[in-house]
Design a protein around this ligand. Structure first.
Ligand code: ZN
Length: 410
């Protein structure tokens, strides 16, 4: 076993040039969602499919989600399957082909869709999110194909659409219409990570964003008797938000930070001049809540506080969720996918990985809600969505070896 891993590992070391070329190809084709005025992922998925055909991969299964908003009418999802010695379970690696827009082009040194290579570092929109994991999974499998080595279990590579805007046409569509996962499968989502390659994400907090709209009565600031100051009333509620830290104060060291957080954040502009008492006020609250607590309880408490302020300040307060996601059940800290990743990371990077929970919102939650054990891991610098997004070729090569290690069931 470790004999074949050593051979595959040496073979993966030789893919440096191919890694750059595949990254260059994928970066050159913007795959933006219709929400970002894009045409979707079809051209990029086609290019990837052609590349993989030339690289010796079998033909994929194509699970295209219909979407009338893009010119092609489809959002492409590609599934590549490789048979293992033991077909009872599958090791899945899921990555996404879509990217987020580059943002302010002045902040980019060069064109975001033209790969820039600087030593071992490559720059461009998508090179990290999610081409890092995508390309690593490709060369992990190519390492086996080139040496004609059979994996221990089946391998499934998923290249999905629509991750950045909610996964409705990507993994959400597959789980709903073409569910091919089994409870014993190992599911790896290489879409988050740290430069030391240590944390394996297995849990997330619940997340809720609230919009708080307060209505009073506008008037001249010299005649407060004729109006009701919505800003002053709303501030009383905003100032109470931090009290939630003391009420929902449970700590769970799996998470960083280990507590729930409750923060007033965005504030909409009100009146443009100093001498008007504002009749309307809008602010927002971002809460990241440990899975132990129910979002409904927190919402009910905020409502109670709002009712009290309505009565004492003579205003109306409307609280509505902008985003609301109850945490998925965590993947077990000793799940086979976690143990396999830990062994692989130890073998390749010589570090001890550990499990952790994050502040909410990973695509792995879609698997977890359906009862599948999914782990999120990669070794990256966390430059996703930034201008001059970058990643390091040795990390892609290393991550490919980690995946190969898992495939071989070391
Ligand atoms: Zn991503």
């Amino acid at each position: 076993m470790s004999e074949s891993f050593n051979r595959v590992s040496q073979s993966i070391d030789k893919y440096h040039k191919e890694v750059v070329e595949l990254q260059r190809l994928l970066t050159s084709i913007p795959a933006l969602a219709p929400e970002s005025d894009g045409e979707g992922e079809l051209k990029k998925a086609e290019a990837l499919k052609n590349y993989l055909a030339r690289a010796g991969f079998p033909a994929p299964e194509e699970l295209n989600a219909p979407d009338k908003r893009v010119p092609s009418g489809i959002r492409p999802n590609l599934v590549y399957k490789i048979d293992g010695e033991d077909g009872s379970k599958t090791v899945w690696i899921m990555s996404h082909t879509d990217v987020v827009p580059p943002g302010d082009l002045n902040k980019w040194k060069g064109d975001p869709y033209t790969l820039r290579v600087d030593g071992d570092r490559i720059y461009g929109r998508g090179v990290e999110d999610n081409q890092h994991g995508l390309v690593a999974s490709v060369f992990a499998v190519k390492g086996l194909i080139d040496l004609k080595i059979k994996p221990k279990f089946n391998i499934g590579l998923l290249f999905v659409a629509d991750e950045e805007v909610g996964s409705r046409f990507g993994i959400g569509y597959i789980l709903e219409k073409h569910n091919m996962f089994k409870k014993d499968d190992l599911i790896i989502v290489p879409d988050s990570g740290r430069p030391d390659g240590k944390p394996i994400e297995i849990a997330e907090k619940s997340i809720i964003w609230l919009k708080v709209e307060t209505t009073g009565k506008q008037c001249h600031a010299s005649r407060p008797d004729q109006g009701t100051n919505a800003f002053a009333a709303a501030s009383k509620l905003a100032a109470k938000i931090h009290a939630l830290y003391n009420i929902y104060d449970y700590r769970d060291q799996l998470f960083d930070p280990p507590y729930s957080s409750f923060e007033p954040t965005k504030k909409e502009a009100n009146v443009p001049n100093v001498n008007t008492i504002p009749g309307d006020d809008v602010f927002y609250v971002d809460c990241r809540v440990l899975p132990k607590y129910k979002l409904a309880d927190i919402e009910a408490l905020l409502r109670k506080w709002a009712d009290e302020i309505e009565a004492s300040e003579n205003v109306k307060i409307k609280i509505s969720p902008v985003q609301r996601a109850e945490a998925a059940p965590p993947t077990a800290a000793n799940a086979p996918v976690v143990e396999a990743l830990k062994r692989a990371i130890r073998s390749v990077y010589k570090v001890e990985a550990f499990v952790e929970g994050i502040g909410g919102g990973t695509v792995a939650a879609l698997f977890r809600r359906k009862g599948y054990a999914a782990a999120v891991w990669s070794r990256i610098h966390e430059t996703a969505h930034q201008p001059n997004e970058f990643t390091d070729i040795p990390f892609i090569i290393g991550d490919a070896k980690v995946f190969a290690h898992v495939f071989l069931g070391a």
